[in-house]
Design a protein around this ligand. Structure first.
Ligand SMILES: [Fe+2]
Ligand SMILES: [Fe+2]
Length: 189
């Protein structure tokens, strides 16, 4: 169900030539491209509000990395003929709205949003990397590398006082729920 990660099914559980195998990898690329797209839109929303603030340089650096992640998954989609999620237009709007809304609450709330999103992505990429194991070493390495970038974003956000925002706990709880729902949806549609 939503929010509860399913036990990781590894590619090794599927026989070579199994259509389920290609579909499993395609789903991963689809959801990851959607996630990186959403991340890019969150930072666009935050920068629209905080573009002249003290947090702006850090936000720009993180946004640039999200763009690189997105470019990679866009390329993988073309190479492996994976269609994008049907929900892309929704993530376009929802990502920007989440970014702008948290930024309007203040720099620290914007940073709390990053902590919540990155912790969700960390868990998501960790499960994917485990499932890919030795079967897809290149894709696995890419995901591991991006996961480290996301953890750096989390650290940056904490350095910028994310936890000092009023209502840190309920705010991050809500954003994590929403992020997990977005992952769940993007894997299926
Ligand atoms: Fe990313
Ligand atoms: Fe990130």
């Amino acid at each position: 169900m939503i929010g509860k990660p399913e036990p990781a099914k590894t590619l090794a559980d599927l026989m070579p030539g199994d259509p389920g195998r290609a579909e499993t990898v395609a789903r991963m690329i689809r959801v990851d491209q959607a996630g990186e797209y959403g991340a890019k839109r969150i930072y666009a929303g935050q920068l629209a509000v905080l573009g002249r603030s003290r947090a702006a340089p850090a936000l720009r650096r993180m946004a640039e990395q999200e763009q690189k992640h997105l470019d990679t998954f866009n390329r993988l989609m073309v190479e492996r003929r994976v269609r994008p999620t049907l929900l892309q237009p929704l993530w376009h709007v929802a990502g920007f709205a989440l970014g702008a809304a948290t930024a309007l609450m203040g720099e620290k709330a914007a940073m709390a949003c990053t902590v919540a999103v990155e912790e969700t992505i960390d868990e998501h990429y960790r499960r994917q990397a485990a499932a890919l194991a030795a079967e897809e070493p290149e894709l696995k390495d890419t995901i591991e590398e991006f996961r480290e970038d996301e953890l750096e974003h989390r650290a940056t956000a904490l350095e910028h006082g994310a936890k000092e925002t009023p209502g840190y706990e309920p705010l991050t709880f809500a954003i994590k729920r929403a992020s997990r729902l977005a992952i769940w949806l993007s894997e299926r549609f």
